[in-house]
Every structure is written in structure tokens, then in C-alpha cells.
Design a protein around this ligand. Sequence first.
Ligand SMILES: *Cc1c(COP(=O)(O)O)cnc(C)c1O
Length: 416
Amino acid sequence: MSQFLKNQDPDIYAIIEDELERQTDHLEMIASENFTSPAVMEAMGSVFTNKYAEGYPNKRYYGGCENADRIEQLAVDRACELFGCKFANVQPHSGSQANQGVYQALLKPYDKILGMDLSHGGHLTHGSKVSSSGKTYSSFFYGVEMDGRIDYDRVLDIAKIVEPKLIVCGASAYAREIDFAKFREIADEVGAILFADIAHIAGLVAAGEHPSPFPHCDVVSTTTHKTLRGPRGGMIMTNDEDIAKKINSAIFPGIQGGPLVHVIAAKAVGFGENLKPEWKTYAKQVKANAKVIADVLMKRGYKIVSDGTDNHLVLVSFLDKDFSGKDADAALGNAGITVNKNTVPGETRSPFVTSGIRIGSAALTARGMKEKEFEIISNKIADVLDNIEDSALHAKIKEEMHALAREFVIYHQPTY
Ligand SMILES: *Cc1c(COP(=O)(O)O)cnc(C)c1O
């Protein structure tokens, strides 16, 4: 890191160093996290943080935007090339704000939306009552069946009863492919707008390792920091010019002020990485590694929701166990493995306790780990779960996991 911060503000510098050490030592298996490249971080730390650029390229409310225009246009062009769409808005500050922008563009307050239930793997912004999406719009939900999968006939039945203005597809904790074509049929049958939120799977979609929401969906949002591995932020895409115009006005001036041009620069750098042939290799490895987690844990007697995975994440169910997701999360944390507790289909415990954990492969794959390491780690996860109260064992595994992690340096060498 630069000497400026170290000299001027040693307190903050020291905490950042501690965080780098934490990220280096721990095995990061939270499915929504990843490691960006040094190039992405350099762009994020650039002088563009100084620039106000309200508006869009060549239509700004401030002077001196000629370089901001070039940056944003490049980010948009690369995003469109990457996802095969005509229009992209790269200004949303986060995935949640991208979604808020979509709703604001296409709906009126109290319009009906139909999304995936949070406790079944959906996201807060898909109509949850604690989110503005559930306070502003009349929200209804579909979920997964006891086998952990979406039953598209059931979704159609619910859609026919609800008659939503907009259907949201996409999830935060769903291990199976999402069938966008099926959702299109459902949306067409009830005359709804189809909105896909690919925040979790975008990196796989970009690599052709998950079916694309285009051409099926009217509008698509994503985060740029999950499997896509760019800077923390959001994005909205569409092929429809009318929708694109509405989205642009909804983001600015609708819900945001000046765009974060330094983050947009970093998004463009990230998209540049996503467009390289190596990206496909990474995405394939992410899926192969997640499959190892599911296979090993099933072999060790653990119940995996939907009995496997098609993507970067695995949901483990402890409905048949006398410990909770919270217990497992804490025990694995003590063993140097970071995951998160998660509700599972048929949940019997509260959302703060839960009966499952979500495990992701994207971040460790970015560090260069392959099947061999995932097999070792997955067996250690099973060892911890088999001995959930053995804190001495957890401490011993933690040392082993830290040693393994340190072999895969994050920020001193390119990882692909
Ligand atoms: C993570 C996520 C979001 C929100 O992204 P933030 O950047 O955290 O606001 C939205 N939708 C889905 C499906 C997500 O997984």
C-alpha cells in the first residue's frame, strides 16, 4: 500500500493492513464475496473520485467531464459486449440501488411485483417488507419446493392469481440454473414485465457458464462485485430503448446524484478482465470447485439442498441435525473458514439462527485453488460439523487452514 496513508493516518493504515491479513489467512467462502484484481483497485483509488459528472456521457450538468465521458462510455460498451445487450447503465452505486432504479423506472407505488421469497433464496430487494421494494410496491412471492428447486408450474399458478405488473427472477441462495425462458413464458401468460437480477451468477453468465437472461428478460440488473469480481457496485441492462431511457432517468436524477466515476473506471477494468478468454477458465473452475464441495459433503452424510449445485454455491441443510446454521457458521469461523448461515426450504428456526449454511467457491477460486484444495477444505468442513462442539479441534484446523490459505497469495501475483 501507498506510504501516504501510512504516514498521515497510521490508525486507518493499521486496520487496513489487519484486514489484508485477515483476508489472506482465512478461507473466504461467503458466496457473495470475491477478490478484485490490483488493477481494479488501482482504478477505484484514482483521481476520478474528485469528479462530479451528474448526467450521462455527452449530457452532463458539469464541465470538465471529457475524460469521465470516455471512461463511462468504455464501461457501457464493454458491459454491452460482455452480456450481449444494447443498453447498459453503469451508474448504480450498488445492486440494491440498481433494483430500486428498475422499479422506479417501470412501476408506480402499489403496483404488484412477484419475486422469490427471501427465506427461499431471494433477495431483500425482491419485495421483502423490510426493504423499500416491499414498502413501496405490493409484493407477492414464489419459492422453492421441498426438493430445493423452483417448480415453474407453481410459479405460473401463483402469477395467474397475483397478476403482477412485474416478475423478478434471480436469487441470492439458489444453487440451480435459472430457466429464464420458462420465466418469459410465465410473464407472457400474465402480461408482466420480466426482470432478472443476476447479482450472484453474473460472472458465470459472462463466461457462458450459466444461460443468459437475454433475450428472454426485459431488464436485467447485477452487482459487479460478486462472481463478476469487479469493484463493489451495480448495473442495469436492457435491449429495449424505451426501458433504457426510463432506467437512466430513474437512476439519475431519480434516486442518485453524481456517479462514482472512480468505481465506473474500475467496473470498466473488471469488464475488460471478464472479456478475456481466461475468464471462461475461471468460471468453469468456480463451478467445478463448488461441485467438489457438494460431492464431498454429501459423501460425508450432509444434506445438500437440491442434492448438488449448477453454479458457484452450495446450500447445506441441518434440518436433520441438532445444531443450527448459526452454530455451524460460528464453529467454521473458529476453524478459519468463513461462510454464512442461511435459511433452507422447510426452515424451522428463526432467520437469525437458521438451519443451513451457504458456501461459495468464487473467492478461493480467484486465489488459484482447484479441486485438490476444495477436497481438502470440504473434508475439514465436514470434520468441524461432525465435531461441532470440539473447540480444540476447531483451533487445530484453523492453523492448517491458515497455512493452506497463505500458499495462495492474494495480491502479490496475478491469479489468472
Ligand atoms: C447481493 C444482491 C443484491 C444487492 O447488492 P448490494 O450491492 O449488496 O446492494 C441484489 N440482488 C441479489 C440477488 C443479490 O444477491
